[in-house]
Each structure stands twice: as structure tokens, then as C-alpha cells.
Design a protein around this ligand. Structure first.
Ligand code: SAM
Length: 246
């Protein structure tokens, strides 16, 4: 079955948006993945089709109603194994490892919040997994959902093709990626590091590994401390092609 993202939102017209162009857009057009964006408001029952109300206990803003959102979730008939997510700054931060898990599954149901957030009871009652894309607050969950979907879609078989395997990128081995260069050979008196032009694949691989380690240590001490032990990463990583001396 094709990988499918089902999105519940108050703004279905925002989709596919940026997911409709380039890599993800071509894959969507060719049926590698599918997108179903549904309007939460279609599940409102009152005359004004209201979806929100004032927060219990007082305070600013409005809260997405539990009954309306529950009805919207229940109206999506999805297999039992579909991950049920809600985008939320309070959620567990999204990682490349979680993205890879989601890409390997059937595709998630994603609820996009708005206003001050969502009535907690529907999150609990429908067992929604809260997912954050970072420690900042967006005005709605749609851009966060697009971020998650884009990260998943590029890992689906056939999407990146020969462009990139996805195994050598930032986070795939607990490290940030090494710096990249291309022509021209010299840019504003800054040459490409000579070793990258040497044609010696083993030396290039060693240079890249060292550069990735240095960058990670400098910029992300949290990742560096949590990286897989050398024995684990050696087991996971394929040796670089044409490498004779490690
Ligand atoms: N009052 C909430 C708080 O302080 O945690 C923020 C609500 S925000 C204005 C509205 C919606 O945007 C949220 O319900 C969520 O769906 C989405 N959102 C905002 N920031 C997000 C983030 N960093 N990650 C994921 N979703 C986010």
C-alpha cells in the first residue's frame, strides 16, 4: 500500500503547498505517496460551525474543542497501525530516527492545532502522540506537519533515487554532515580543500569523517555525547566504495 499522510486541519487549502513541488511534489504526482488533507470544521455540528471555545479557567485566546476534533479523527477510517500524531510545541522533539520509523510505516494521521492549542481530553482519549519540530511557537500545526511529511517522503523508496542515499546525511550516524563544495574550484580566493580533488577515495572518506566529527563536537555537544559508540557505527555504516585502506 502507498505511504499516505492524512492531515486534519482548519486550513486544508494550505496543502500540498510546498509539498507539491520538487522532490516531494514529483513523488506525489507519480503516486509514490498520497496526501489526504481534511477540514476539521466539517465535523462541527452547531449552526455557526464553531470549532473553538474559550479556555476553561480563563486566559487569552481560544482552544480547539475536544468533541469537534474527536469527531474529525473518528471520521477518518484508518488501519489500526497508523501512527496518530498531533503537532505541538509541548511534544517530543522530532528526530531523524523517528522520521525514519514513520517513513517505514503506512504513513501517519497528523492533527494540526491552532489558537492556544487543543483540549487535552481529545489528545488523551484518542492516544495522540505529541510531536514538536523545535523549541519555538508557530501559529499553527500545518507548517510543522509539512516539515514532518517532507522529512519522511524523501526517505521513501524511489524518491531520492541516485541523488542521495540518505545514509550519509546529518543525523544518520549521530553526526552532522561534513561541509560540501562544488565548482568553481576557487571562490573569492577560497579554494576547495585540496584533498577533495585528489581522487583518493579513502583519504576523502577520512577527511569527511573527521570534518563531521569536528563540526558535531563544536556545534552540537548534545549529539556528540549521545553518538553511537564506534563499534555500533562501524556495524551500521557501509564502507565507502573503492576504499582500500579504511
Ligand atoms: N499555546 C501553545 C503553547 O504555548 O504551547 C501554542 C499554540 S500554537 C500558537 C498553535 C498550534 O501550532 C499548536 O497547537 C501546534 O499544533 C502548532 N505548533 C506551534 N509550534 C509548534 C512546534 N514547535 N512544533 C509543532 N507544532 C507547533
Amino acid at each position: 500500500m502507498v505511504w499516505r499522510a492524512t492531515v486534519l486541519t482548519l486550513f486544508p487549502e494550505m496543502f500540498p503547498g510546498p509539498l507539491g513541488i520538487s522532490l516531494a511534489g514529483r513523488a506525489l504526482a507519480s503516486g509514490v505517496w498520497a496526501l489526504d488533507s481534511r477540514d476539521i470544521r466539517a465535523s462541527a455540528t452547531d449552526r455557526h460551525r464553531s470549532v473553538d471555545d474559550t479556555p476553561a479557567g480563563g486566559g487569552p485566546g481560544m482552544v480547539l474543542r475536544a468533541d469537534v476534533l474527536a469527531a474529525a479523527i473518528d471520521a477518518t477510517i484508518l488501519p489500526q497501525d497508523v501512527p496518530r500524531l498531533v503537532m505541538s510545541p509541548r511534544g517530543r522533539p522530532l528526530t531523524q530516527a523517528r522520521v525514519a520509523e514513520l517513513a517505514a510505516g503506512p504513513g501517519p494521521l497528523i492533527v494540526c492545532g491552532r489558537f492556544e492549542g487543543i483540549d487535552q481530553r481529545v489528545i488523551d482519549a484518542r492516544g495522540l502522540e505529541e510531536v514538536s519540530i523545535g523549541d519555538y511557537v508557530l501559529s499553527g500545526g500545518e507548517i510543522a506537519a509539512m516539515t514532518l511529511i517532507d522529512a519522511c517522503v524523501r526517505l521513501l523508496p524511489g524518491v531520492m533515487g541516485k541523488l542521495c542515499s540518505g545514509t550519509d546525511e546529518s543525523f544518520s550516524d549521530g553526526l552532522l554532515e561534513y561541509p560540501q563544495y562544488t565548482r568553481p574550484q576557487s571562490f573569492e580566493d577560497r579554494p576547495i580543500p585540496e584533498i577533495l580533488l585528489s581522487g583518493d577515495h579513502a583519504r576523502v572518506a577520512r577527511w569527511r569523517q573527521a570534518a563531521a566529527e569536528t563540526l558535531t563536537q563544536e556545534r552540537r555537544p548534545d549529539l556528540w555525547a549521545a553518538r553511537p559508540k564506534p563499534s555500533e557505527s562501524a556495524r551500521k555504516r557501509k564502507p565507502p566504495k573503492n576504499t582500500t585502506d579504511g
